[in-house]
Design a protein around this ligand. Sequence first.
Ligand code: AQP
Length: 328
Amino acid sequence: MTTTAVTPRIFSGIQPSGAPHLGNDLGAIRNYVRLQAEYEAIYCIVDYHALTSTHDAATLRTRTREMAATLLSLGLDPERCTLFVQSHRPECTELAWLLTTVTPVSWLERTPTYKEKKQNQPDDINHGLLTYPVLQAADIILYKATMVPVGRDQAAHLELSREIVRAFNNRYGDTFPEPQAVYTEAPVVLGTDGVRKMSKSLGNAIEVLADPETVRKQVMGMVTDTTRALRKDPGHPDTCNVCQLQRFFGDDHEGLWEGERTAQTGCVDMKKLLAARITDHYAAARERYLELMATPDRVDEILAAGAERLKPLATATMAEVRERMGLR
Ligand code: AQP
């Protein structure tokens, strides 16, 4: 008997580890919004995951609600998708433990994000960082999701999820479908340093719902075309992060790029324009966000309803898994 899910179901998680940025939106959230119209969509604020780097209870609670309000203001519709908090549906932690027994430690140790985190937080290399991809696999397959909208930085994790699924299915019979990553046109958004991926924790982010002055400062601090020493030097829009971002905030980027190439436009002009366009683009979402944060009970209700809606699915998967693994 095969129990592979038939209905295409998508799942994705986002950490409440700080203010959401352009990388989160262009790399993942835009796809969350688009795909909720076509598929059964489940989106999760992964607070268990955030505990691997956030250790202050009040901060985590606040950021979790802020992340929910952000996602709703950017276009998630609770009528069309299920939005919930990871720890409100804790079956994933039991499943994660069971999955650790089919996951070789060597798979986890070679994960690029684990290696990066070891460098970024050398005084706090906790066990959760190592087993992060197992919990992530559990998050996805608890709901038998087959599509996972993520940024490219998650590619290795997704591959690991697939390997874990194969290992489980080989040992206990066909239980879970293999999830596939779904990318946007901007699978990797570089940070303001122009080198590393934009990240909440690296101090190189442009926050999508920050006030206009904060956005302006973050954009004006961007590293531009490093080969362009003088204003009269021709620019290289193909490698300039500011020029690349213009693609997502207007349909005139070809013209703007030509201005760079012919040195009619300077890097500072481009940054001012980008900052103004980002602020305009997110103005309505920012307003919705402020409204939602003024009615926090409404946000909490949506999250509670989301977790409740998922209960039958989570319970059914766990019953099946326990049966297959011989747990009585
Ligand atoms: N720079 C990026 N470009 C494209 N996609 C990105 N994502 C994150 N940064 C970029 C995607 O956003 C989704 C949610 O990410 P997350 O918050 O769960 O985890 P993350 O990738 O670790 O994001 P950060 O900002 O780098 O968080 P911290 O600093 O806390 O580790 C994911 O789909 C991710 O791919």
